[in-house]
Design a protein around this ligand. Structure first.
Ligand SMILES: [Zn+2]
Length: 97
């Protein structure tokens, strides 16, 4: 949930999408940023913003947000080794938060 910048109500994203950084960081991790479009049901204000960020490491470890949670994701690991685009189920991510 994200708070409305205008009235502070809790708002769920209407739509989400991912932006994958093409360059790995110093640890070889690729950052996947999840963006969303929001519309506040309380005041009607609409905006776009970051929902969460995920870092996927070279061994397939997945870090959410600021590194609070880490879990192994074998699928992502396998796909990365093959040089393919990593796909993460958005609904799965949202449920975890
Ligand atoms: Zn609002």
């Amino acid at each position: 949930m994200v708070k409305c910048p205008r009235c502070g109500a809790d708002v769920s994203p209407e739509k989400t999408w991912q932006v994958i950084s093409p360059l790995p960081d110093a640890y070889g991790r690729i950052t996947i940023t999840v963006l969303g479009s929001f519309k506040c049901p309380s005041c009607g204000y609409s905006w776009r913003g970051r929902v969460s960020a995920i870092k996927v490491g070279p061994e397939g470890e997945v870090t959410f947000g600021e590194g609070k949670k880490t879990r192994r994701k074998d699928e992502a690991s396998r796909e990365k080794r093959e040089g393919k685009v990593i796909e993460v189920d958005i609904s799965d991510i949202l449920e975890e938060e």
